[in-house]
Ligand binder design. Structure first.
Ligand code: SER
Length: 324
């Protein structure tokens, strides 16, 4: 059967870039982007889906004869703390809907993103392994840890080929993150290029695992393309990109913008970040499907600055506008 991919949460930070890459790989007619609202100027097939509504997911799956689903919709770590129970409901309900529709329609492959937020104080902070003890302290982290186990359950119980990555903070110029603890690492570049001061909500020495968008997207597609037999982790794979602290990004940015000013005003997100790993051991991903990151902090800084300069030169001061 023809590959037909449904991306749920296609307007988000990852989804907006991933849909484009999937279109390049499979062709525009093979990718169905979906989100709560349409995306202006989107070239391709788009369906409005509220993923809390299982009937709507089913309708789109039937209409387009979907064979793969990427379920990217979720409320992230910082935003999730505003309304813990509603966040749990949304993150779990949407996942269960995708799992059930996938099982009933014998969908070939499903992708479910997890996060470094699954780790808490029980895990080693340095080189955190895949199988570390998981005691997350945010609702988002709890929902991802539970989600990973449900993914594995659907694999073991129903043979659903569901695959997952624990993303570090994702840094890209194409789109904006929303409601995460790692978001500062995108915002800081926008501020530098706009020649504005930056108020950082984390302390200067807070090390966190991060990954460049291109690496994150490539990891996702490589995992989904890997032969089924090589996938040994059915909860979620750790993947590492790089690790850095705000002061390290500032040092890199100042090589290009020597006058860039930053104030550190840690807020509740510091508590979240302090419990997350500083660096990640991704040996299983490397062994099973050959994962290797390609971008370091210097590369990321140069590309972010160059691309954002282009964007803002075009006259737009609207950060919301997506760049492709
Ligand atoms: N970037 C996410 C967050 O900060 C982590 O997965 O919530």
């Amino acid at each position: 059967m023809d590959t037909k991919i449904l991306v749920i949460g296609a307007n988000g930070q990852l989804g907006s870039v991933l849909t484009g890459e999937l279109q390049k790989k499979f062709g525009d007619d093979h990718v169905i982007a979906s989100d709560l609202r349409t995306r202006e100027n989107y070239k391709g097939i788009f369906e409005i889906i509220d993923a809390t509504d299982i009937h709507r997911i089913q309708e789109v799956v039937t209409k387009h004869k979907i064979t793969q689903i990427y379920h990217l919709a979720a409320i992230l770590s910082a935003k999730g703390e505003e309304t813990p129970l509603a966040t749990w409901d949304i993150n779990m309900k949407t996942l269960f809907n995708v799992l059930e529709v996938s099982r009933k329609n014998t969908i070939d492959k499903v992708f479910f993103p997890s996060s470094i937020a699954v780790f808490g104080e029980g895990a080693p902070l340095e080189n955190t392994p895949d199988d570390a003890y998981l005691n997350p302290a945010t609702v988002y982290g709890i929902s991802k840890a539970a989600g990973e186990n449900w993914a594995q359950y659907y694999f073991l119980r129903y043979g659903l080929d569901i695959r997952s990555i624990r993303y570090p903070g994702v840094i890209g110029y194409q789109s904006l993150p929303g409601g995460g603890t790692t978001d500062y690492a995108v915002d800081i570049y926008h501020k530098a290029v706009l020649k504005e001061d930056f108020n950082c909500f984390l302390k200067e020495d807070t090390m966190l695992p991060m990954i460049f968008m291109e690496d994150a997207i490539r990891a996702t597609i490589e995992l989904m393309e890997a032969p089924k037999e090589s996938i040994t982790v059915r909860t979620s794979y750790n993947i590492a990109g790089i690790s850095f602290s705000p002061e390290e990004v500032v040092t890199e940015i100042r090589k290009l913008y020597p006058d860039f000013k930053v104030k550190y005003k840690p807020d509740f997100r510091q508590e979240i970040a302090s419990r997350w790993p500083k660096s990640i051991d991704d040996a299983s991903a490397t062994q099973d499907w050959g994962w290797q990151p390609a971008f370091d902090l210097k590369d990321i800084t140069e590309i972010m600055v160059e691309k954002l300069q282009e964007k803002y030169k075009k006259g737009s001061r609207n950060k919301e506008i997506l760049m492709f």
